[in-house]
Ligand binder design. Sequence first.
Ligand code: SF4
Length: 441
Amino acid sequence: MTSVATRLTLLTSRPDAAPGASASCSAALAEQPWDFPTPLTEGYGPGASQHDVVPPGSPAQPAIPQRYRDASPQELDAMIRAAKRTLGERVVVMGHFYQRDEVVAHADFIGDSFQLAQQARAHPGAEAIVFCGVHFMAETADILSTDAQAVILPNPAAGCSMADMADEDSVEECWAELADVLGPHATDENGSVLTDERGEPLASVVPVTYMNSSAALKAFCGRNGGIVCTSSNAATVLEWAFARGQRVLFFPDQHLGRNTAKAMGVPLEQMPLWNPRKPLGGNSPESLADARVILWHGFCSVHRRFTVAQIEQARAEHPGCTVVAHPECPMEVVDAADSSGSTDHIRKAVAAAEPGRTFAIGTEINMVNRLAAEHPEHTIFCLDPVICPCSTMYRIHPGYLAWVLEELVAGRVVNRVSVDREVAREASVALERMLAAVPRA
Ligand code: SF4
């Protein structure tokens, strides 16, 4: 099993590699890892999200000392191990499922964003939490950890193109426009305010943000009667929201919102898309009044690559294979798959299968490769034949991990992610609501 980094390097050395194996995935990802921190004028850099627009003011990483850039993979591995040995329990390293193998090898915990945030909360004794994921994950870890702990993102340019598609100003504008059209409370045809089973007035709109969003948007939900969801609990969270309001504003991922609401029986006609660049999001007041879920115009560039044609090809080449897709994939892909669910669902589906099965999986390539290595009893491959890791996740190069750990050894905290206290307080409200929202028995 070769790592994604090795395979990308092999791709770059192939004479037919340039200009990339597809329109949106380029082998150049492996060539200049140190270029990612420089001003990002053309998007997120090589990889699945290279064509998305990076918001102005996004964090950047200044150059780190040359010795980290010149070190071989083996030297970086040794530096990281030595620093971790010295720091002992003073540091905890978190590694997201989508992170490259050379980084995950040093993680004390591997998981999805929510599992890692829970681990951050579960280790109050560690002085530092080094989060090998992307920016919104480190923010959540900072919110859930103690004030005394420092959450460190080895490269602050490791953002998330989906999270960046919904900024606080655009969501506040949307909220104000919805209030103008729909008013604060749900009403019947006579204009009487509707109430829930406790006699509380039903909100006209309940905001729901995916975990993949900034702390500012989680805080927005906290102060506006809303909640956070993950890909594991989105249906439970939507039930929570429908019990408190007439409709939901779901951001930033339209696909998770649509796939979840559709599975709950919400008709597509009652799920208008909100384009923040258009008045009323491009909708009529009537369609918004009739809506059950208003979907923000956001998506994951990695999961958007999966297609029904890839599923058909997988089934043609591997008759009887099981197709499992992440709910960030487009609706047509989720509908055509055998099952769909979070990274946890995908892992459990593979682990529970009888030996000898074949799985075609629609999620990020690092996770698929790792599943294939962990389950040699199955044949496991990625639905997308082109190697396309999450390019922002990929910015956590082992050189940055070595640097932040050696700085900790020297008594210096670099690249600390620190959420404003008031933002953290409001975001906690939405996160605690999520933790309290348990599925109905
Ligand atoms: S895989 Fe998609 S949603 Fe996840 S961090 Fe990368 S761009 Fe963001």
